[in-house]
Design a protein around this ligand. Structure first.
Ligand code: MLT
Length: 327
């Protein structure tokens, strides 16, 4: 009898010690969640993530810590999450770079199509062309003329091969048929600091990082890479109005868990993401920063999975034409 009781007790202790993945998923989350931002603090990805994380934390009832892991256009941070425990406590918020780096990098340490469990799309942010306040050109046409005439001296900032600022710069240089000197940073947060200090001349960046500086007249703005003007920047013409065709694209952002994360956990995260994207404070702040949340039916694993696949296909030929790769 005693032997049987001891056996039962051991069984209880074992179950208590090694909770099954099913049990873990059922009471998820019961610990702090980390969201990796693969760019420096203070940049557009960081801004979007902190706004969404603050709201998701309330819904999930757990603290969410945002961790900045910059470098290599976001692929260092993405690699960190690809290798993390698939338990829902390490997530990634990454933008269009998830798709463009599939072609830009010949040796990625992960497969963007299979290394992650997509949670959902978050937002699609417009890109603007800005320059330091005392840069001579005063409109897009003057900018094109000036950088062509000074191609050996002007400097273009980006956040590394795979960053949105890199993609935009690559397309711009292709459009004006003029390669320029680029200055890489670990994010457009620090890049903007240098631009404001006059250490670098111009760059493309997202409205989520530049709207305030543009409105305050701290930088020169030449246009938005979109078909329509941005409500938050009504006086800023589109790049098309400025005379350059075919340069209209948005920087979409997605939230990911590592592949193998239980569906129940991924679905809980997707539901909390939807609540965050319907949060009036998030909607208001996004609008002030020139963007808006995606509709609820896009904040889903299926929508993000489809987006990554279609965007890899979309940008592959464009990048191959540009012939820009990273090893
Ligand atoms: C950032 O958050 O720093 C930006 O997304 C960098 C970039 O992609 O240009």
């Amino acid at each position: 009898m005693i032997k049987r009781l001891l056996g039962l007790l051991a069984g209880v202790v074992l179950v208590g010690t090694f909770a099954s993945p099913i049990a873990q998923a059922q009471d998820y989350p019961n610990d702090t969640i980390n969201i990796v931002v693969p760019f420096s603090a203070g940049g557009p990805t960081d801004t979007v993530t902190r706004l969404v994380a603050e709201s998701m934390s309330k819904t999930l009832g757990q603290q969410i810590i945002v961790e900045n892991v910059g470098g290599a256009g976001g692929t260092l941070g993405a690699a960190r999450v690809a290798k993390a425990e698939p338990d829902g406590y390490t997530l990634l918020l990454y933008h269009i770079g998830m798709a463009t780096t599939a072609t830009l990098y010949r040796k990625l340490p992960y497969d963007p199509k299979t290394a992650f469990a997509p949670v959902g799309l978050v937002t699609e942010v417009p890109m603007v062309m800005i320059a330091r306040k005392d840069f001579p050109p005063n409109n897009l046409q003057e900018l094109v003329t000036y950088v062509k005439e000074n191609k050996d001296t002007v400097t273009y900032a980006n956040a590394g091969v795979g960053a949105a600022s890199h993609l935009c710069g690559m397309l711009f240089m292709q459009a004006i048929e003029t390669p320029l000197t680029t200055v890489p940073y670990k994010g457009t947060g620090p890049a903007l600091t240098d631009l404001l200090g006059g250490q670098v001349d111009f760059m493309c960046d997202q409205t989520t990082n530049t709207t305030g500086q543009i409105k305050a007249g701290e930088v020169k703005a030449y246009g938005v890479f979109a078909d329509q003007r941005v409500e938050a920047l009504p006086d800023l013409p589109t790049i098309k109005e400025g005379g350059l065709e075919g340069l209209s694209f948005g920087i979409w952002h997605g939230l990911y868990a590592p592949a193998g994360t239980p569906d129940e956990v991924v679905n809980k995260l997707s539901e909390a993401l939807k609540v965050a994207l319907a949060d009036p404070n998030v909607i208001k702040r996004f609008a002030e920063l020139g963007t808006e949340p995606v509709p609820a039916d896009q904040a889903t694993p299926e929508a993000l999975k489809a987006k990554v696949a279609s965007e890899i296909d979309r940008w592959k030929p464009v990048i191959e034409t540009a012939g820009e790769y990273a090893d």
